[in-house]
Ligand binder design. Structure first.
Ligand SMILES: Nc1ncnc2c1ncn2[C@@H]1O[C@H](COP(=O)(O)OP(=O)(O)OP(=O)(O)O)[C@@H](O)[C@H]1O
Ligand SMILES: [Mg+2]
Length: 227
Protein backbone atom coordinates (compact mmCIF):
# COMPACT_ATOMS: atom_id res chain seq x y z
CA UNK A 1 0.00 0.00 0.00
CA UNK A 2 1.08 3.56 -0.72
CA UNK A 3 2.94 5.11 2.25
CA UNK A 4 0.70 8.16 2.09
CA UNK A 5 -2.43 6.03 2.73
CA UNK A 6 -0.67 4.13 5.48
CA UNK A 7 0.28 7.40 7.22
CA UNK A 8 -3.32 8.58 6.92
CA UNK A 9 -4.66 5.31 8.42
CA UNK A 10 -2.21 5.51 11.33
CA UNK A 11 -3.19 9.11 11.92
CA UNK A 12 -6.92 8.31 11.74
CA UNK A 13 -6.55 5.59 14.39
CA UNK A 14 -5.62 8.21 16.99
CA UNK A 15 -9.10 9.62 17.57
CA UNK A 16 -11.03 6.36 17.97
CA UNK A 17 -8.32 4.96 20.26
CA UNK A 18 -8.42 8.09 22.42
CA UNK A 19 -12.23 7.72 22.57
CA UNK A 20 -11.97 4.07 23.65
CA UNK A 21 -9.57 5.16 26.39
CA UNK A 22 -11.88 7.95 27.59
CA UNK A 23 -14.99 5.76 27.42
CA UNK A 24 -13.33 2.94 29.35
CA UNK A 25 -12.42 5.45 32.10
CA UNK A 26 -16.03 6.64 32.20
CA UNK A 27 -17.33 3.07 32.31
CA UNK A 28 -14.94 2.28 35.16
CA UNK A 29 -16.34 5.19 37.20
CA UNK A 30 -19.93 4.03 36.54
CA UNK A 31 -19.19 0.40 37.35
CA UNK A 32 -19.90 -0.76 40.89
CA UNK A 33 -16.74 -1.55 42.88
CA UNK A 34 -18.22 -4.95 43.73
CA UNK A 35 -18.60 -6.01 40.07
CA UNK A 36 -15.08 -7.46 39.80
CA UNK A 37 -15.63 -9.22 36.45
CA UNK A 38 -16.72 -6.01 34.69
CA UNK A 39 -13.91 -4.09 36.38
CA UNK A 40 -11.37 -6.61 35.05
CA UNK A 41 -12.81 -6.44 31.49
CA UNK A 42 -12.68 -2.62 31.58
CA UNK A 43 -9.09 -2.77 32.87
CA UNK A 44 -8.11 -4.95 29.90
CA UNK A 45 -9.85 -2.67 27.37
CA UNK A 46 -8.01 0.28 28.91
CA UNK A 47 -4.67 -1.56 28.80
CA UNK A 48 -5.05 -2.56 25.12
CA UNK A 49 -6.15 0.97 24.16
CA UNK A 50 -3.06 2.46 25.88
CA UNK A 51 -0.79 -0.06 24.10
CA UNK A 52 -2.37 0.70 20.69
CA UNK A 53 -2.27 4.46 21.21
CA UNK A 54 1.43 4.27 22.15
CA UNK A 55 2.09 2.26 18.97
CA UNK A 56 0.26 4.85 16.84
CA UNK A 57 2.07 7.76 18.54
CA UNK A 58 5.46 6.04 18.11
CA UNK A 59 4.78 5.36 14.40
CA UNK A 60 3.74 8.98 13.87
CA UNK A 61 6.81 10.18 15.76
CA UNK A 62 9.16 8.02 13.67
CA UNK A 63 7.54 9.36 10.50
CA UNK A 64 7.84 12.93 11.83
CA UNK A 65 11.54 12.47 12.70
CA UNK A 66 12.24 11.22 9.18
CA UNK A 67 10.85 14.37 7.58
CA UNK A 68 13.48 16.56 5.94
CA UNK A 69 12.34 19.69 7.75
CA UNK A 70 12.53 18.20 11.26
CA UNK A 71 15.09 20.01 13.39
CA UNK A 72 16.57 19.67 16.84
CA UNK A 73 15.91 22.71 19.07
CA UNK A 74 18.76 23.23 21.55
CA UNK A 75 18.40 25.26 24.70
CA UNK A 76 20.44 25.55 27.95
CA UNK A 77 19.52 22.43 29.92
CA UNK A 78 20.35 21.57 33.52
CA UNK A 79 21.54 17.97 33.42
CA UNK A 80 20.50 17.06 36.96
CA UNK A 81 16.97 18.45 36.45
CA UNK A 82 16.65 16.50 33.22
CA UNK A 83 17.80 13.29 34.94
CA UNK A 84 15.46 13.85 37.92
CA UNK A 85 12.51 14.37 35.60
CA UNK A 86 13.23 11.15 33.73
CA UNK A 87 13.64 9.20 36.95
CA UNK A 88 10.42 10.64 38.39
CA UNK A 89 8.56 9.51 35.27
CA UNK A 90 9.59 5.95 36.14
CA UNK A 91 9.16 5.74 39.90
CA UNK A 92 5.81 3.93 39.65
CA UNK A 93 7.00 1.38 37.11
CA UNK A 94 10.18 0.78 39.12
CA UNK A 95 8.24 0.34 42.37
CA UNK A 96 5.85 -2.02 40.60
CA UNK A 97 8.77 -4.20 39.48
CA UNK A 98 10.73 -3.73 42.72
CA UNK A 99 13.66 -2.11 40.89
CA UNK A 100 15.87 0.52 42.53
CA UNK A 101 16.95 3.48 40.40
CA UNK A 102 20.33 4.99 41.31
CA UNK A 103 21.95 8.06 39.75
CA UNK A 104 25.41 9.59 39.41
CA UNK A 105 24.78 12.86 37.61
CA UNK A 106 26.78 16.07 37.00
CA UNK A 107 25.64 18.77 39.43
CA UNK A 108 25.16 22.45 38.53
CA UNK A 109 26.01 21.66 34.97
CA UNK A 110 24.25 22.93 31.87
CA UNK A 111 24.55 21.84 28.26
CA UNK A 112 22.97 23.07 25.06
CA UNK A 113 20.52 20.25 24.35
CA UNK A 114 17.06 19.65 22.92
CA UNK A 115 15.76 18.91 26.42
CA UNK A 116 12.38 17.48 25.32
CA UNK A 117 13.93 15.08 22.82
CA UNK A 118 16.71 14.18 25.27
CA UNK A 119 14.05 13.38 27.86
CA UNK A 120 12.32 11.17 25.29
CA UNK A 121 15.61 9.32 24.66
CA UNK A 122 16.29 8.79 28.37
CA UNK A 123 12.66 7.78 28.99
CA UNK A 124 12.91 5.04 26.37
CA UNK A 125 16.22 3.72 27.69
CA UNK A 126 15.18 3.84 31.33
CA UNK A 127 11.86 2.19 30.49
CA UNK A 128 13.71 -0.68 28.79
CA UNK A 129 16.23 -1.01 31.61
CA UNK A 130 13.43 -1.36 34.16
CA UNK A 131 11.20 -3.53 31.95
CA UNK A 132 13.91 -6.07 31.12
CA UNK A 133 15.53 -6.21 34.59
CA UNK A 134 14.75 -8.94 37.11
CA UNK A 135 12.75 -7.80 40.16
CA UNK A 136 14.98 -6.75 43.05
CA UNK A 137 17.79 -5.47 40.84
CA UNK A 138 19.21 -1.99 40.27
CA UNK A 139 19.25 0.37 37.30
CA UNK A 140 21.77 3.24 37.19
CA UNK A 141 21.57 6.48 35.25
CA UNK A 142 24.93 8.20 35.12
CA UNK A 143 26.71 10.96 33.23
CA UNK A 144 30.32 11.36 32.32
CA UNK A 145 32.55 13.70 30.32
CA UNK A 146 35.96 13.37 28.75
CA UNK A 147 37.87 14.60 25.72
CA UNK A 148 35.20 17.14 24.79
CA UNK A 149 32.33 14.63 24.79
CA UNK A 150 29.41 14.21 27.19
CA UNK A 151 27.97 10.79 27.97
CA UNK A 152 24.61 9.59 29.30
CA UNK A 153 24.76 5.94 30.42
CA UNK A 154 21.97 3.64 31.54
CA UNK A 155 23.07 0.39 33.12
CA UNK A 156 20.92 -2.58 34.14
CA UNK A 157 21.41 -6.11 35.44
CA UNK A 158 18.94 -7.67 33.05
CA UNK A 159 19.36 -10.52 30.54
CA UNK A 160 21.85 -8.58 28.39
CA UNK A 161 22.21 -9.00 24.63
CA UNK A 162 24.15 -11.39 22.38
CA UNK A 163 26.65 -9.72 20.02
CA UNK A 164 24.45 -10.44 16.97
CA UNK A 165 21.41 -8.83 18.62
CA UNK A 166 23.24 -5.65 19.61
CA UNK A 167 22.79 -4.14 16.12
CA UNK A 168 19.37 -5.65 15.31
CA UNK A 169 17.64 -4.06 18.30
CA UNK A 170 17.88 -0.60 16.72
CA UNK A 171 15.80 -1.69 13.70
CA UNK A 172 12.04 -0.97 13.98
CA UNK A 173 9.83 -3.81 15.29
CA UNK A 174 12.74 -5.94 16.55
CA UNK A 175 12.02 -7.84 19.74
CA UNK A 176 14.48 -10.31 21.23
CA UNK A 177 13.23 -13.37 23.04
CA UNK A 178 15.03 -13.39 26.38
CA UNK A 179 14.72 -17.01 27.44
CA UNK A 180 14.89 -16.42 31.20
CA UNK A 181 12.37 -13.59 31.16
CA UNK A 182 8.62 -13.37 31.06
CA UNK A 183 7.56 -11.90 27.68
CA UNK A 184 7.68 -8.12 28.09
CA UNK A 185 5.14 -5.96 26.35
CA UNK A 186 6.29 -3.55 23.66
CA UNK A 187 6.16 -3.08 19.91
CA UNK A 188 9.89 -2.77 19.27
CA UNK A 189 9.90 0.89 18.15
CA UNK A 190 11.49 2.60 21.18
CA UNK A 191 15.14 2.04 20.26
CA UNK A 192 14.64 2.95 16.59
CA UNK A 193 13.23 6.30 17.75
CA UNK A 194 16.19 6.73 20.13
CA UNK A 195 18.64 5.91 17.33
CA UNK A 196 17.04 8.42 14.95
CA UNK A 197 17.02 11.16 17.61
CA UNK A 198 20.68 10.59 18.54
CA UNK A 199 21.59 10.75 14.82
CA UNK A 200 19.69 14.03 14.49
CA UNK A 201 21.71 15.34 17.46
CA UNK A 202 24.91 14.30 15.59
CA UNK A 203 25.70 11.99 18.49
CA UNK A 204 26.47 8.29 18.78
CA UNK A 205 24.55 5.48 20.45
CA UNK A 206 26.20 2.29 21.70
CA UNK A 207 25.29 -0.74 23.71
CA UNK A 208 27.85 -2.60 25.81
CA UNK A 209 26.55 -5.95 26.92
CA UNK A 210 27.19 -9.61 27.47
CA UNK A 211 24.45 -12.19 27.49
CA UNK A 212 23.13 -12.75 31.05
CA UNK A 213 25.29 -9.93 32.41
CA UNK A 214 23.15 -6.83 31.93
CA UNK A 215 23.52 -3.99 29.48
CA UNK A 216 24.71 -0.39 29.33
CA UNK A 217 23.25 1.94 26.72
CA UNK A 218 25.49 4.94 26.04
CA UNK A 219 24.78 8.23 24.31
CA UNK A 220 27.82 10.24 23.30
CA UNK A 221 27.36 13.90 22.40
CA UNK A 222 29.79 16.64 21.49
CA UNK A 223 29.97 18.69 24.67
CA UNK A 224 28.40 22.13 24.29
CA UNK A 225 28.55 23.46 27.84
CA UNK A 226 26.71 26.64 28.79
CA UNK A 227 29.28 29.14 30.12
N1 LIG B 1 18.05 -3.05 28.53
C1 LIG B 1 17.77 -4.09 27.77
N2 LIG B 1 18.15 -5.33 28.10
C2 LIG B 1 17.88 -6.40 27.31
N3 LIG B 1 17.21 -6.31 26.14
C3 LIG B 1 16.79 -5.10 25.75
C4 LIG B 1 17.04 -3.93 26.53
N4 LIG B 1 16.52 -2.87 25.87
C5 LIG B 1 15.98 -3.36 24.74
N5 LIG B 1 16.13 -4.69 24.66
C6 LIG B 1 15.67 -5.59 23.58
O1 LIG B 1 15.56 -4.82 22.39
C7 LIG B 1 14.24 -4.90 21.87
C8 LIG B 1 13.89 -3.58 21.21
O2 LIG B 1 13.73 -2.57 22.22
P1 LIG B 1 12.72 -1.39 21.95
O3 LIG B 1 12.82 -0.44 23.08
O4 LIG B 1 12.97 -0.86 20.57
O5 LIG B 1 11.29 -2.09 21.90
P2 LIG B 1 10.31 -2.58 23.07
O6 LIG B 1 10.83 -2.16 24.40
O7 LIG B 1 10.08 -4.03 22.83
O8 LIG B 1 8.97 -1.80 22.72
P3 LIG B 1 8.67 -0.25 22.82
O9 LIG B 1 8.35 0.17 21.42
O10 LIG B 1 7.53 -0.14 23.76
O11 LIG B 1 9.93 0.43 23.33
C9 LIG B 1 13.36 -5.24 23.05
O12 LIG B 1 12.18 -5.90 22.65
C10 LIG B 1 14.28 -6.14 23.89
O13 LIG B 1 14.21 -7.47 23.41
MG1 LIG C 1 11.39 -0.09 24.67
Amino acid sequence: MNNKYLDQIIHDLKNPLSSILGLSDLLDKKCSATDQTSKEIIRRIHHHAIFSLKLVNDLLDLEFLNRKNFSIEKQPTDIEELAEKTINNHLLLAADRNIAIAKRIHKNFRLYLDSLRMEQILNNLLNNAIKYSPPGSKVVLHTDDYNGFFYFKITDNGPGLKKEDQIRIFEPFTKINHSSEEQCEGSGLGLSIVKKLVELMHGELFVESEENHGATFIIKLKMEAVE
